[in-house]
Design a protein around this ligand. Structure first.
Ligand SMILES: [Mg+2]
Length: 372
């Protein structure tokens, strides 16, 4: 029987080619690389499975150190000696050794392990990940473009991205109704035909948000307003969802299907954001199934992951019915994706067809970006 023999974590810093700012600070910028953790599972017969976590403590509490410790000290003992096909059992054990408190505990660390297990199972069976999930609905996945920054800078960059083929633009808004409405109008003018997806990353109160909604009333093509209020503010979400002419989507308020059930009962959302980085592959599918039953629209997004996390997301999103192009913006911001085998053309990523994630990690590059 094939069992997992070793678990290795590789903390990395990957440079940003351009600044990426959200309401909670910089995701990254030139000279300010992002933190990534690659997880490498090796089996007794030498097969390798890769996972990736993209900790960003200003977005959610996990850090590069906590991801490494979670995997090395706690999750590894669940994995070593275990059959990689026992993904259900491994998840149950991971919940036992790092127990959830209200919502998922250490979701990024567990997601990286979950991705690596699926990569392994795909390689051991010769099936690409999308096939393990029931099959892709399309051969490539369309990406939205991410724009953020000061008024003046956003328009030029948006036009550049439009020329590359992007038709949907995700705009990071900052929590200031005057500044944000200026950004929205500027973006609308720069790419009039595009759909606009606004993400506040928890920067508003529902009171202040109404001022923004009044200011952008009449701007055509705004498809949703993501996570306007803090992660825990289900009451604020409900008050906004009741009055907003723009659909309200949740991201930071939702990590698991348990969270979604509460949000549905609260009538606190119109749509939701799926991320493999925060929910792993299995839990993303559980959330999706519940959303489908509740008649909620789903959007796909990411955490500016490099190639491993991006490939996992593209496989998963290729199997789902999503309301807009996906916000997997690693290719836009990162100097390097660290893998071979990803076909990216303009705004589209080809769904890899080789076994597992279908990409090959460039281990020389891991050494180049590794943090010691
Ligand atoms: Mg978001």
């Amino acid at each position: 029987m094939t069992v997992i023999k070793s678990v290795e974590v590789v903390p990395l810093k990957i440079p940003f080619v351009r600044p990426f700012k959200i309401s909670r600070g910089y995701v990254g910028a030139p000279g300010q690389p992002g933190d990534h953790v690659y997880v490498k599972l090796v089996t007794s017969d030498g097969e390798v499975g890769w996972g990736e976590a993209r900790p960003m403590p200003s977005w959610m509490y996990e850090t590069v150190e906590s991801v490494c410790t979670s995997v090395e000290r706690y999750l590894a003992k669940v994995l070593v000696g275990e059959d990689p096909f026992n993904i259900n059992k491994i998840h149950a054990e991971m919940e036992r050794v790092l127990a959830p408190a209200v919502t998922t505990g250490m979701p990024f660390a567990k997601s990286a392990v979950d991705i690596a297990l699926h990569d392994l199972v795909g390689k051991l069976t010769g099936a690409p990940l999308h096939a393990l999930l029931g099959g892709k609905l399309r051969d490539s996945v369309e990406m939205a473009a991410l724009v953020s920054g000061e008024p003046g800078a956003v328009a030029e960059y948006a036009k550049e991205l439009r020329a590359k083929g992007h038709r949907c633009f995700k705009l990071k808004i900052m929590g200031d109704p005057e500044l944000d409405s200026e950004l929205v109008r500027e973006l609308k003018e720069a790419v009039p035909e595009a759909s606009l997806w606004l993400d506040a990353n928890q920067a508003y109160t529902d009171f202040k948000l109404r001022l923004l909604l009044r200011r952008i009333a009449g701007v055509e093509g705004v498809i949703c307003l993501e996570q306007p209020v803090p992660t825990y503010d289900f009451f604020g979400l409900r008050r906004i969802a009741r009055v907003s002419p723009v659909p309200v989507a949740v991201d930071e308020s939702l990590f698991s299907h348990y969270d979604l059930l509460k949000l549905v009962r609260f009538e606190a959302l119109d749509a939701l954001v799926l991320k493999v980085a925060k929910s792993g592959i299995r839990r993303t599918l559980k959330i999706y199934a519940l959303a489908e039953a509740a008649g909620l629209s789903c959007l796909g997004s990411g955490m500016t992951e490099s190639g491993v996390g991006l490939a996992a997301s593209i496989h998963v999103f290729s199997t789902l019915d999503l309301a807009a192009p996906v916000d997997t913006n690693g290719p836009q911001f990162l100097k390097d994706l660290l893998v071979r085998g990803l076909g990216i053309e303009g705004a589209r990523v080809k769904v890899p067809s080789k076994p597992g994630l279908g990409v090959e990690v460039d281990e020389r590059k891991l050494e180049e970006y590794r943090v010691r």
